[in-house]
Ligand binder design. Structure first.
Ligand code: UD1
Ligand code: CA
Length: 456
């Protein structure tokens, strides 16, 4: 029987050699969040009040990634990668004084579900001393096999390299998730040796050690997909595909229409309202929130944007961090918006760049308008008043403000503020020369005739 607060230990010190990467394996992202971030979020949701991340000495960036999900994670350094039992041993100091159950999880299994983890922890509360999470593998090669006796007790976990042919035929495998009392962890770890094919200290041997002491070990089973581990880029892509499928299914269940869901790429934190329609080939980066009744047309790329109700985006729109589209606005094709508020009902329909700006309510920004926000050294703000009309192909040289209801004539380069209700035009006056074109053609024809006669 285990009571008290839950602590989690996340193992992330492995070399991740097969990723062929300069980045620590657990920092590779799935749906925009590091694998470690996913795992830490899941143990947090399963009730862990604290988490210890076991890393190797040379792994930078791990604390930052983990603290996105849990601000006060502890980091324990495993000096040499001597195996998963040794890795848990590295958390000894960080777990000192902890009384409740401990949940041990590998950092490279980002598809784990909160409910499953909670079931594993609950099993230790309900009776067994240790509970492992197992799964039936289509192809068990490479996994530790669960050796069970009648009644479902687990007697041992056998790693691939140490398994007999008979044991290799077992398809009930170890996921790497295990829960037990914290008082037992370090005592049992001390009994684990590296007397095996890899000369590693296997955490999985904790089961055999516990059984020798007469402790009970149970198993909870989950689906194979949920515990897929990422060891290579191909597996990373496989896990990404499954995560995307889950995210899209959840969005559709909540009232989002997707015409071709398999072409829509979501982020772990994408928030979508009711009756949102997403056309094919739309990509969401981190930190996007979409209101109700929004249409996101094909090939749009959106990150760090807030989109209110009844907005239309795209096709081919690019919304970058700080884009704030208020109710009923329209941002059309080949428009880029960055760090700018488009106020209620305003329209930026074609081929424009709106950066570091405010577009007032009901304003209309013509095709080809550019806010020239960067002077080569610093960024400056453009303020467009409510109801203003910016003619096509205008350059608004920031810092500059266009008053409410003002007009800017097309093709203008506006570098001074424009008063409310005024018209500003900066292009040269149109001149017309009677018969000029005919005369030009006439001369050209005459020249060609001359040339041909010389040749002939
Ligand atoms: C491990 C299990 C195996 C299980 C499989 C599930 C052991 C001995 N084997 O095998 O039973 O079926 O996971 O995917 O535990 N790590 C460290 N320090 C180390 C070694 C590993 O922190 O010294 C970390 C890794 O970063 C990784 C996790 O522990 O997150 C598992 O290590 P890995 O080498 O991937 O173990 P598997 O061979 O997959
Ligand atoms: Ca693994």
């Amino acid at each position: 029987m285990t009571t008290g607060q839950l602590a989690a230990v996340v193992l992330a010190a492995g070399k991740g050699t097969r990723m062929k990467s300069d980045l620590p394996k657990v920092l590779h992202r799935v749906a925009g969040l590091s694998m470690l971030g996913h795992v830490v979020a899941r143990v947090r949701d399963a009730g862990a009040m604290r988490a210890v991340i076991v890393v190797s000495p040379d792994q930078g960036g791990v604390r930052e990634a983990a603290s996105e999900a849990m601000p006060d994670v502890s980091i324990a350094v495993q000096e040499r990668q001597l195996g998963t039992a040794d890795a848990v041993g590295a958390a000894r100091g960080a777990l000192k004084g902890h009384k409740g159950p401990v949940l041990i999880v590998n950092g490279d299994t980002p598809l784990l579900r909160t409910e499953t983890l909670a079931t594993v922890v609950d099993a230790t509360k309900a009776g067994v001393d240790i509970c492992v999470l197992g799964f039936r593998a289509q192809n068990p090669f490479g996994y530790g096999r669960l050796i069970t006796s009648e009644g479902g007790t687990v007697d041992a976990i056998r790693e691939e390299l140490d398994a007999s042919d008979e044991e290799k035929a077992i398809n009930l495998c170890n996921s790497g998730v295990i829960a037990l009392r914290s008082a037992d962890v370090m005592v049992l770890l001390d009994d684990i040796t590296n007397d095996n094919a890899k000369r590693e200290y296997y955490l999985t041997d904790i089961v055999g050690v516990a059984r020798e002491r007469g402790m009970t070990v149970g198993v909870v089973e989950c689906g194979e997909d949920e515990v897929l581990g990422v060891n290579s880029r191909n597996q990373l892509a496989g896990v990404e595909a499954i995560m995307q499928q889950h995210l899209r299914a959840a969005a559709m269940a909540d009232g989002v229409t997707m015409h071709a869901p398999e072409t829509v790429h979501l982020c772990h934190d994408t928030k979508l309202g009711r009756d949102v329609v997403i056309e094919p080939n739309v990509v969401f980066g981190p930190n996007v929130s979409v209101g109700n009744g929004v249409a996101i047309l094909g090939f749009s790329h959106i990150e760090g944007a807030t989109i209110a109700d009844g907005v239309t985006v795209g096709p081919f729109a690019r919304l970058r961090p700080g884009a704030d589209l208020r109710d009923g606005t329209k941002v059309g094709n080949f428009v880029e918006v960055k760090n700018a508020t488009i106020e209620t009902g305003a329209k930026v329909n074609h081929l424009a760049y709106i950066g570091d700006a405010r577009v007032g309510a009901g304003a209309n920004v013509g095709a080809g308008t550019i806010t020239c926000n960067y002077d080569g050294a610093a960024k400056h703000f453009t303020d467009i008043g409510a109801g203003a009309f910016i003619g096509s192909n205008s350059a608004l040289v920031a810092p500059v403000s266009i008053g409410d209801g003002a007009y800017v004539g097309s093709g203008s380069v506006i570098s001074h503020d424009v008063s409310a209700g005024a018209l500003a035009v900066t292009r040269a006056k149109q001149v017309e020369k009677d018969g000029w074109a005919d005369r030009k053609r006439g001369t050209a024809k005459a020249k060609t005739r001359q040339k041909n006669s010389v040749k002939g």
